[in-house]
Design a protein around this ligand. Sequence first.
Ligand SMILES: Cc1cc2nc3c(=O)[nH]c(=O)nc-3n(C[C@H](O)[C@H](O)[C@H](O)COP(=O)(O)OP(=O)(O)OC[C@H]3O[C@@H](n4cnc5c(N)ncnc54)[C@H](O)[C@@H]3O)c2cc1C
Length: 436
Amino acid sequence: MEPGTKNRHKPSLAVIGTGVAGLSAAYLLKDKYRVTVFESQARAGMGAYSVDYASNGITRRIDIPLRIFCRGYYDNLFALYNHIGVKIVTSDHSGIFSDEAGRVILHYGNARWGMSQISYLKGRSWLSPAAWSIGLQSRRFFARAKRDIRRTDLADLCFGEYLQQSGTGQDFVDTILLPMMSVTCTCDYQAVRNYPADIMLEYLTCGIHEIGIMSAAKGVDDIVPRMLVDIELRTNSPVAIIEPAGQQLRVATKAGADQSFDQVVVAAQAQQAAAMISGFDDRRALLNRIPFERSSMSVHTDEEILPAPTKGLSPVSYHVPSGSRRAEVSVDLTKGIARLSGQETIFQTWNPIRRIAPNRELARVDFTRPTVTRDSRKAVIALRESQNQPGNRLWLCGSYMAEKIPLLEAAVDSSVAVAEQLGAAIPWKASAAAAV
Ligand SMILES: Cc1cc2nc3c(=O)[nH]c(=O)nc-3n(C[C@H](O)[C@H](O)[C@H](O)COP(=O)(O)OP(=O)(O)OC[C@H]3O[C@@H](n4cnc5c(N)ncnc54)[C@H](O)[C@@H]3O)c2cc1C
């Protein structure tokens, strides 16, 4: 059969954006539609910022950002990776928290057996009354959160209100919880406090501390091609406008290329989607209600960023200066990512507050990322309803479209929802149904 013959009679569909939402949407829809994917970057988005790192005579690719995940919260992502054959490994992301003077506040390790892990105080923290007190506050918080997750009024509270109401220990909140969630959500402490309480508690009680952190064994370069089979990918193709054109939607790129499609899935972030759709004023107004925050990630070999007492002690170092809006968090990739373990020490630092020597920096990338508020959640629900109208041809997916923390899972969750609405069978749901 001539290449493309089997696709000729399928309706056409464009996907805009190749983050995990766009890639998974394209993958799930390719059997039913002739899929063309547009990406503004030179490489598919998930791997757009990866860099090569050579040391000890070996060159390895480093994903920026790392993209870690855990069981219990990432059902769709696990099912997708499993389906496309991505190997998953466990890694240790235990941490050390230090203040602006480099004094260690708390240091913990994770002991693993089989599929489970337990955290314990390490090093001098074992002898520190302050660390024990924070540890106890942490235990009380998680025990209470596991009970409170069943409360029906949680969605009416923001996380900050919940923390106050629950009487959670302030030292634990300021030193551990907010810094950890500020890097998980890559936003300010205030934005963490503004999250709806149920969304935050759903993540915090998913078992992440008992099960531990995982990542794709071979990184993004092993994932992206598995989702792009039989799909036309157009990189360096930023889309400028999507607008109705008769029974179709017209997609025009900034370079002036122009094509109409039967269906269009916009898998860019909310503010990026709002900037490209024309003639959908209600949806644009709703998209503009999704807040987002900016932050940057540095990949470097500057060990000076870790204060002397914490150097080399832990895979993850949280620098928590009092009065700052966010933590600075460094992951020692040689400790946290198995495939990099033979390399010389290299870090990925989110939100670098301190100076990183320019000659030790391999890359610095600026990101935007949605956050969730009670208002943005209402906007997302209205956006989802707007897609239920008969004859709808414009579909939105992306990590902001699920009522979850905008992590990889939320992005895949949203692409699964759109693929189902567009009539695609979700392979892992079909096999689960057949097994019953
Ligand atoms: C620093 C950082 C660390 C993170 N770490 C983790 C982690 O460890 N685990 C985890 O689960 N999640 C993590 N996340 C979140 C995760 O990266 C996101 O949830 C995920 O990338 C969202 O995917 P997406 O497809 O919705 O959006 P994006 O990944 O933002 O993809 C949108 C794509 O659309 C493209 N695009 C935008 N405008 C246009 C246009 N006009 N034309 C064509 N293409 C366009 C963009 O180039 C991009 O490729 C992290 C996020 C950040 C910022």
